[in-house]
Design a protein around this ligand. Structure first.
Ligand code: AMP
Length: 215
């Protein structure tokens, strides 16, 4: 049973790796970004609040995210472990989450820190396309679908996320640098961190992750 956190800047491939990991290890993939996007699509109050921040490339307020995730993790389907993609994203969230885990007598198995350089991240995020129906991510140059603009799995028309426009990507990278990258030091302090070289191909990145997670 594993509780895994995927840490890394926007566009590093967390979503892609999360898909591979959840399939191979049969782990539940929880993406806070996906939860917010689903709420925006459904027009819920949570979606309305989140949209204001997301559109600008800013983070949704900490308390709101912590309550959302910690509530979600009490569902039955999380009993056998989970893979967190996009949470925690600030030291506040990490501390809050650690206290919550501790209160339940639980702890994280590992924090996978995936890194790549900024130019590669901008190239990846701006070329990213995603299936609005099943969530499968693509890249127009690196991981294109078999038929241009169409999801290989469900045939839906691929879209570009609004926050993958270049200016917003640069803003998100800055926010990552300022607010999320301090988590590397935080988790190094707890001895939970494992580094992954995100400059490699998706398959090679996954090989590194498998070596860390074991069979
Ligand atoms: P992602 O899909 O992980 O890139 O997240 C997209 C956007 O959702 C981020 O740019 C934030 O605005 C918001 N978001 C996702 N996860 C969090 C989080 N843990 N804390 C604050 N905001 C978040």
């Amino acid at each position: 049973m594993k509780r895994v956190v995927l840490l890394g800047p926007p566009g590093v491939g967390k979503g892609t790796q999360a898909g591979f990991i959840s399939e191979k290890y049969n782990m539940l993939h929880i993406s806070t970004g996906d939860i917010f996007r689903a709420n925006i699509k459904e027009g819920t109050p949570l979606g309305k609040t989140a949209k204001e921040y997301m559109e600008k490339g800013l983070l949704v307020p900490d308390e709101l995210v912590c309550d959302l995730v910690e509530d979600r993790l009490t569902w039955d389907d999380c009993k056998d472990g989970y893979l967190l993609d996009g949470f925690p994203r600030t030291v506040f969230q990490a501390e809050h989450f650690d206290a919550w885990l501790k209160s339940r007598g639980e702890e994280l198995s590992v924090v996978l820190d995936i890194q790549a350089d900024n130019e590669a991240l901008i190239f990846r995020a701006t070329g990213r396309r995603v299936c609005p129906a099943c969530g499968k991510p693509y890249h127009i140059a690196v991981m294109p679908p078999a038929k241009e603009g169409i999801c290989d799995y469900c045939g839906a028309k691929l879209i570009q996320r609004a926050d993958d426009a270049e200016e917003t990507v640069r803003k998100r990278l800055q926010v990552y640098q300022d607010q999320t990258s301090p988590l590397i030091e935080y988790y190094t302090g707890t001895g939970k961190i494992a580094e992954v070289d995100g400059m490699k191909t998706p398959e090679e990145v996954f090989e590194q992750i498998c070596a860390l997670l074991g069979e």
